[in-house]
Ligand binder design. Sequence first.
Ligand code: BG6
Length: 498
Amino acid sequence: MNKFSIVIFGASGDLTKRKLMPALYSLYKEKRLDDEFAILGVSRTSYSDDEYRTYILQELQEFMKVEEQDIELMPRFVAHLHYISMDPALESGYASLKERLLELSDKRNFNDLLFYLATPPSLYGVIPLHLKSVGLNVAGSRIIVEKPFGYDLQSAEELNHIYASVFEEHQIYRIDHFLGKETAQNLLAFRFANGIFEPLWNRNYVDYIEITAVENLGIEERGGFYETTGALRDMVQNHLIQLVALAAMEPPTVFNADSFRNEVVKVYESLTPLTEEDLNEHIVRGQYTENGIKRGYRQEKSVAPDSRTETYIAMKLGISNWRWSGVPFYIRTGKQMPTKVTEIVVHFRETPHQMFHCAEGTCPRANKLILRLQPNEGIVLKIGLKVPGTGFEVKQVTMDFSYDQLGGLPPGDAYARLIEDCIHGDPTLFTRSDAVESSWRFFNPILQYWKDHPDTPLFGYPAGTWGPLESEAMMHEHGAEWTNPCKNLINTDQYCDL
Ligand code: BG6
């Protein structure tokens, strides 16, 4: 008898094969899932149960690292899969869905139900209402919704309203997979489990903070989705702003869902509202263009040949509170960059006076702390030390911690961690309704500005480069510059400022 069922809407889609199934398989392999469970895939594509199992088995082989695959275990995992073909937009299919779920439970009561919405965002408002119409929003049920939650402030408020009419807030899990990353969580431990950095972590000692989440891939097969989304909605309003919150928040009094999420909301509410000048000068958007064998965005499948969707965005934001007033936070994200890297760089203020000569032109007057979330997960502190020998020349060197020293990261990625938390009813690492709305409240004026000023510049950058030069210029007024890790970095000595 199954004790719980996971229903995946969008079961034949990209997210399911690339992320959800590998995550569920890895939980199963690690014995972090009870053996008595069923996964019911829902989508319009027609499959029998067996065909769906075969399809997922093939995709697991494609998308999981070879060392994580277990030839004997994978067929046992896919035996838990079931499938129902229906259009989730239409209410008519939901009675059969309910029947199927009853068959998979003890036929009288539902087991614990977890609904995962891995569909296009246009269905996020419809599915919960249809679930309610057939009474599937039972007390033990939970729903995970992918980002972007809403298209702007108004649609996010409307979605929150719909969800609140179907589920209690504690049943709603708005997922932002960046919070599931071990290294993002470690940022909290780094800041709040150590005494030495926290006294420096404020406007008196920090000059500026950079947050980068860039990728060396284009939009691949997701042109249709991306055309209506763009980098601001896809990455900035959720992932990047979450990282800002982790870097800037006050220590929660205790570490539980409410305290932690209260502090996140406080950061969002302290974001300095954007002025006309900010909207004009402190936001740079770009779109990748053809470069050698790399396609430009406008040549991608399902993208309009004159599309003005941004694939890159860099912006400066401020936090108006006692800790951060006057400290710029520079954030950026982009597709088709030279490498994939997500990191936070904290630039400390310069020493007031430098009495040493600097070796090799590297004047280490300011210390830099790099929290690298991926890849080569680790923490690097840049400090100035004396070059051995006569004289007093100083050089910048790195102190380097790598996760490998802790035995590496646990198996399974962010999705495995978050799905497991949801199964155990722990919403700490999921976004609360008020956080979604206050984040949108901050970003909404940008969307409005672009709508009102369709001629706002969209800078082209050749695919495989670090984005529009205007984003460098934006930082110069503060004497700042982006930290660009070298392509294919293997270890931290290869950091370079290009
Ligand atoms: C997703 C975005 O949320 O995050 C993608 O929709 C992006 O466009 C991805 O590629 C990046 O996540 P990660 O974990 O690979 O850095």
